[in-house]
Design a binder for this molecule. Structure first.
Ligand code: GDP
Ligand code: MN
Length: 385
């Protein structure tokens, strides 16, 4: 998921012809003030933190200023914020507009319907999650036909728009649809969509690019800074690898089994710190590579939970044992295994030869992992105490 900052989202919107105020990005209070004194940003203006979290309005990360001194103060205050864990490094400055009404529109994918869906609500300016269901109009959209005239008219009527604003909504929605498809987005959201005089304009932009389409968008490469260095290496090797904040490592195959494994560990009081999904790999070298990456994350203990299908148990066991032998003693960790399914007996035998017992029961193996992690953590404490 590539979530874009507001100003990048607005750049996309502009490219597709969506009406919005002209904006400028600044990275210091001085830069912000000079944008105003040079007349690039009209006064009064709005100054907005460029962070990925929402709720900036309520959280003091959106401020207004009517002279250069206020701009400097507001810019400095916002740039000094750590908003929901993210340091503010950029601010967006725009001329302040007089809003008549705040509305909400978005296009996203409805995974249940397997269709794009157009959401509209007259309750704009607040997070959509807090808007009651009956105040949101949800219109599934034909993926090839795009927005029909009646769907746009229904949206305008639901929003209570008439006259100029109603007329301007149709072309805006067409542009939004074009942006949604053209940029391979999984979400394009305008909140608020503001009624200003005789038209509607976008005052905020949230654009999320579909992960599987990022290879078509090298322009967002620099935005992808949400990965840890190890996750970055994993991505280059096409290994599904995610770091969390616990200490137990999980190696499983398939997203469903991987998630269930995390759940069962947590049920026994364990805290997963990294997981690795072997997916449908049937190459011992690839398994070994994945395992060595796991070792770099320094897990306290690792739970290997494999259901052999395409990924056969003996392939995983072979890759694992090879990789373990390459690990220097100080980098080793307790490993609890549960391998079932295709070529189970061969796999169990390979592990046994390397001194690892496979525990067939899920709960028992998860519990054994949590115990092994706790024992090792206690031993480490003992050494340093
Ligand atoms: P969010 O809270 O993070 O979603 O940030 P928004 O970009 O949606 O801004 C929050 C609120 O600031 C909006 O709902 C508006 O009420 C207000 N706001 C933003 N830009 C303007 C503007 O140009 N004029 C006025 N009057 N209000 C604005
Ligand atoms: Mn908003």
């Amino acid at each position: 998921m590539v979530k874009l900052a507001e100003w990048r989202g607005k750049e996309i919107f502009r490219k597709y012809g969506i009406a919005l105020p002209e904006g400028h990005v600044a990275r210091s209070a001085e830069e912000a003030t000079s944008l105003v004194s040079q007349g690039k940003v009209p006064l009064p203006c709005v100054i907005k933190a460029q962070v990925l979290a929402g709720g900036r309005g309520k959280g003091g990360a959106v401020r207004f200023a009517s002279n250069a001194e206020e701009v400097r103060a507001a810019a400095a205050a916002i740039l000094g914020l750590e908003f929901k864990g993210e340091k503010v490094k950029e601010i967006l400055l725009e001329g302040k507009v007089a809003i008549d009404r705040e509305l909400y529109v978005s296009l996203t994918l409805d995974r249940t319907l397997r269709l794009p869906i157009l959401l509209t609500s007259a309750k704009g300016g607040v997070e959509i999650e807090s808007v009651p269901d009956e105040q949101i109009l949800r219109q599934p959209i034909h993926p090839f036909a795009g927005l029909a005239q009646y769907e746009k008219r229904r949206a305008a009527a639901f929003l209570g728009l008439t006259g100029g604003p109603a007329k301007s909504l149709g072309p805006l929605l067409d542009s939004l649809w074009a942006a949604f498809n053209g940029e391979d987005a999984e979400l394009v959201e305008i909140n608020p969509l503001a009624v200003v005089g005789d038209r509607v304009i976008a005052l905020d932009a949230k654009v999320v690019i579909e992960d599987d389409a990022t290879f078509r968008h090298p322009e967002y490469a620099e935005v992808r800074d949400d990965r840890t260095p190890l996750e970055e290496v994993a991505r280059e090797k096409e290994i599904a690898f995610v770091q969390l904040d616990g200490n137990i490592g999980v190696i499983a195959n398939g997203a469903g089994l991987t998630m269930a494994t995390l759940d069962v560990l947590m049920q026994f009081g364990g805290r997963p710190g990294v997981f690795l999904d072997l997916g449908g790999t049937d190459d011992p070298a690839k398994v070994a590579e994945a395992f060595l990456l796991m070792a770099k994350a320094k897990p306290t203990a690792v739970f290997l939970n494999i259901f052999g299908g395409v990924t056969r148990c003996d392939t995983v066991a072979k890759g694992l044992v090879n990789a373990m032998e390459k690990l220097p003693a100080q980098d080793r960790f307790p490993l609890v295994a549960r391998i079932r399914g295709n070529n189970e007996n061969e796999g169990v035998e390979i592990l046994r030869a390397a001194g690892i017992t496979s525990i067939p029961d899920l709960k028992a193996s998860a519990e054994a992992t949590v115990r092994a992690a706790a024992a090792r953590a206690a031993a480490a404490q003992g050494r340093t105490a």
